[in-house]
Design a protein around this ligand. Structure first.
Ligand code: IGP
Length: 265
């Protein structure tokens, strides 16, 4: 994942279609200019692991008409203009509703490279792992501090990268991280055949610098999605220039995080 001489990979997370299809496409394509991987969330009405910011982003996208099918079409449009690795982020229920085989095949067809299903327990992941293998998709497991004795087993199963959850609870910006996070990440790294990234609460360049010293990548969601709210607000107020400005500021902020991933030590 360490491209272009970077110390760590910068992995932004956004919801497909947030705040609407046109802005979402523009946002993702611009992020792709400097991101190492992009996580694209499929908006979902019952996002149980999401904090309020990501939930609001999901809702904006759904209200603007985004669906699973349209999200896949959006990914195809992103893929048409950039080579950035794309990870699709979705919950178990939509996977089951759409049909696991049909969905994973569709992910491959639109040019996605991997999949994250946060509520898929490792113990129940066999079918999806086989499908991921068959359709050449990475299946990125979430590993949390509570996983303890499961850490090694789950880390060993990772393809693409392993996602270390920095803190318990739901997603959302945080001021600082658990003191034992570094040790946790090192444990996962020792067991994982692929790079190890950290997410949950990463929201400032300073966080990125600190984490980049020992993680192979950092994932940033809420800090970016919160800024999509500003694009939406300007749009709703019929102020397209302000909306463009908010998008530009989001990109600038994301770029500062990406730069921080490169500048550790
Ligand atoms: O929002 P944060 O705290 O920056 O965390 C990343 C995160 O948003 C993204 O990876 C994500 C979005 N929804 C999730 C649900 C579970 C785990 C992870 C996620």
């Amino acid at each position: 994942m360490r491209q272009r001489g970077k110390r760590a990979a910068f992995i932004p997370f956004v919801e497909a279609g947030d705040p609407n299809e046109a802005y979402s496409l523009q946002l993702i394509v611009e992020l792709a200019q400097f991101a190492d991987v992009i996580e694209i969330g499929i908006p979902y009405s019952d996002p149980l692991a999401d904090g309020p910011v990501i939930q609001a982003g999901s809702l904006r996208a759904l209200q603007a008409g985004m669906t699973l099918k349209k999200a896949l079409a959006l990914i195809a449009r992103v893929r048409a203009v950039t080579n950035v690795p794309i990870v699709v982020f979705t919950y178990v229920n939509p996977v089951i509703q759409y049909g696991p085989e049909r969905l994973l095949q569709a992910c491959t067809e639109v040019g996605a490279d991997g999949l994250i299903i946060p509520d898929l327990p490792y113990e129940e992941s066999e079918e999806i792992r086989q499908l991921a293998d068959r359709f050449k998709l990475a299946l990125i497991p979430l590993i949390s501090l509570t996983s303890q004795e499961r850490i090694t087993k789950i880390a060993a199963s990772a393809t693409g990268f392993a996602y270390c959850v920095s803190s318990l609870g739901v997603t959302g910006e945080r001021a600082n991280f658990a003191a034992d996070l570094e040790e946790f990440v090192k444990t996962v790294k020792a067991a994982s055949p692929v790079p190890v990234a950290v997410g949950f609460g990463v929201s400032q360049p300073e966080h990125v610098r600190t984490l980049s010293a020992y993680a192979d990548g950092v994932i940033v969601g809420s800090a970016l999605v919160r800024r999509c709210q500003e694009i939406a607000a300007a749009q709703n107020a019929h102020q397209p220039e302000l909306a463009d400005k908010a998008l530009h500021e989001l990109i600038q902020f994301a770029r500062s995080l990406s730069d921080a991933a490169a500048s550790a030590e």
